[in-house]
Write a protein that binds this ligand. Structure first.
Ligand SMILES: Cc1ncc(COP(=O)(O)O)c(C=O)c1O
Length: 469
């Protein structure tokens, strides 16, 4: 595998075709209408100015007939890619059986099957004591539900969240967010109820240490905060964490740190909420990312891939937390049968085809490509992630290094790389501080050949972007 990876990586640099056909992105009437009529808050179309017509597997096609590899995949939603046959068949079955498409939270055979399939994926210790709440169909709403759940059960109101965290856009979930951009215009949210903690971001360690020492100090800080009567912080209802921060820049938490977090929260009687909205369902190489550390959270928040490309969100939690009252978290659209049927189909396919194992192998392959490219491009500062949740932090090799010896982020390069990728038919998204992390979130069904192709396009785009600086 390494030889193949090496030869593809080298070809990026040496064989950049002189007459490569590059897509141009002139504004079409359709895109112009979108710009005029849709809100100023629209986001993706600004960086990915495409009008899509068709999609299959890892590919999307725009109205002009151009094909793109989709390494955004609905922000990590499309585990099986676009329009996978098992997903389409499940949706068609719901329609041909004339199932009620809307059921509030009444049960149906499809819903019951979905719960059995989902509980079947959980670690046994969690499945044995699991309760599930169906939420409004966004990840954000499931985060809101989780907040209410833990606050009600513990009688405490505050929550600890992490710098760089992303948990959604409603005002409760937003109050847990690290990024200040979307919060600043709103003023006070739940800000009195949320305390932020340093995340174990190894490359830019908040304590300037990194490695095992950074992890040790981080845990010590947390333990002290929860146990010091003079900490100035109330004992919280919960700590909420992404095991791999996605939007925050694809930052995987150290596994010892996660085990320490579990130990400390458990001994303090604080619920541990793991947000698996983006990292769940095989993406990181395990069915749930927390399984890498062998921990059992108190609450797991899920959405994205769980609905098999349709909107669905749930909270799964240990039964000791189940003290909230009937109707404590209602919502009209909690009974989407097509999403549950599609979600069940995805879960079964993931399990039967060991897509978690496949994601681990493909992530390793892509990582290898990137590490080879890094030898020629010092702008690839940090390559990180788990499975098919990978990111590259772009840096300015000429800039002054920080206390860990790492150059500063390159604020201009990532958007250039993104645009050069798009011109070559590859959709990638950015994240992290100053949008300096290029993210790879392809469907989990991506093949080795397609991974090589992604790496090849990325290498060419990187070379073009660096040359244009
Ligand atoms: C970790 C995480 N939590 C919560 C959310 C919010 O989910 P949604 O956009 O469906 O509301 C996201 C979305 O990207 C996410 O990545």
């Amino acid at each position: 595998m390494r030889d193949r990876v090496m030869s593809v990586a080298i070809s990026h640099i040496e064989d950049t075709p002189l007459h490569e056909t590059l897509y141009q992105f002139d504004e079409t009437p359709l895109l112009a209408r979108q710009r005029q009529q849709e809100s100023n808050a629209r986001s993706y179309p600004r960086r990915i100015p495409l009008a899509l017509k068709r999609a299959k597997g890892i590919y999307v096609e725009d109205v002009e007939g151009r094909s793109f590899i989709d390494c955004l995949a609905g922000a990590g939603t499309l585990a099986l890619g676009h329009n996978h046959p098992v997903v389409i068949a499940a949706i068609q079955q719901v329609l041909s059986d004339e199932l009620p498409l809307h059921t509030l939270d009444l049960t149906t055979p499809v819903k019951d099957q979905f719960v059995q399939d989902l509980f079947g994926l959980l670690p046994t210790e969690l499945a044995r004591q699991a309760k599930i709440q169906f939420c409004g169909p966004t990840g954000t709403d499931a985060v809101e539900a989780a907040l209410k759940l833990v606050r009600t059960a513990t009688g405490r109101s505050t929550v600890l969240s992490f710098q760089g965290g992303y948990h959604g856009m409603s005002q409760g979930a937003l109050s847990l967010m690290g990024s200040l951009g979307p919060k600043k215009p709103l003023g006070a949210l739940l800000s009195n109820g949320v305390q932020f903690l340093p995340y174990p971001y190894d490359y830019r360690c908040p304590f300037g240490l990194g490695g095992a020492e950074g992890v040790r100090v981080n845990l010590h800080y947390l333990e002290n905060l929860l146990n010091d009567p003079e900490a100035g912080v109330l004992l919280p209802a919960a700590v909420i964490v992404e095991v791999v921060q996605g939007e925050g820049g694809v930052i995987p938490a150290d596994l010892d740190w996660l085990r320490g977090l579990r130990r400390i929260t458990e001994s303090a009687g604080v619920a541990l909420i793991v947000d698996e909205i983006q990292s769940g369902f095989g993406r990181t190489g395990k069915m749930f990312a927390f399984e890498h550390a062998g921990i059992i959270p108190d609450v797991v928040v899920m959405s994205k891939a769980i609905g098999g490309s349709l909107p669905l969100a749930v909270v799964v939690y240990r039964d000791w937390l189940d003290t909230w009252l009937p109707g404590a978290h209602a919502g009209t659209f909690r009974g989407n049968q097509m999403a549950m049927a599609a979600g069940s189909a995805v879960m079964r396919y993931l399990k039967e085809h060991d897509l978690a194992g496949h994601a681990a192998a493909m992530g390793e392959r892509l990582g290898e490509h990137l590490r080879i490219l890094q030898r020629d491009f010092p702008q690839l500062g940090d390559i990180r992630g788990r499975g098919l949740m990978l990111g590259v932090e772009l840096v300015d090799p000429q800039g002054a290094v920080d206390s860990q010896g790492h150059p500063p982020v390159h604020r201009q390069l990532a958007p250039l790389v993104q645009r050069e990728c798009l011109k070559r038919g590859l959709i990638l998204e950015l994240g992290g501080r100053h949008g300096s992390v290029v993210r790879f979130l392809p469907p989990l069904v991506i093949t080795a050949v397609e991974v090589d192709q992604v790496a090849e396009i990325f290498g060419r785009a990187l070379a073009a972007a660096v040359a244009s600086l």
